[in-house]
Design a protein around this ligand. Sequence first.
Ligand code: FES
Length: 128
Amino acid sequence: MTAWTQICHIEDIPVLGSRRVARDTGLDVAVFRNDADEVFALLDRCPHKGGPLSQGIVFGTSVACPLHNWNINLCDGQAQAPDNGCTPRFEVKVDAGLVYLKADELVGHATDLTRPIAGPVTRKTTGA
Ligand code: FES
């Protein structure tokens, strides 16, 4: 039997927005809601350079990454052509207005992925 973890009420997710779910291990899960009240869940990490998809703009069944505007399909996490890449998706269900994620995925799915580290470029110098 599948164990589900209750996350929130669907009304707690803004329409055309998202809510982040923190995990003990791994990056957050971004739970999205579109204007048809469909709910989707992806790792909060763009397949391009790790941008926070939870801060993107939801349209239809896609989200536009806030960093470089890649469009990511909320159903399967695939970047839309011509871009190429995929972010892990999570099973989600809505029952009586409550949103659930699979308990085992919250604990163990895509926990090895990290966000790229931003910072200054270090340059090698050669001896004068
Ligand atoms: S990091 Fe998302 S489009 Fe570049």
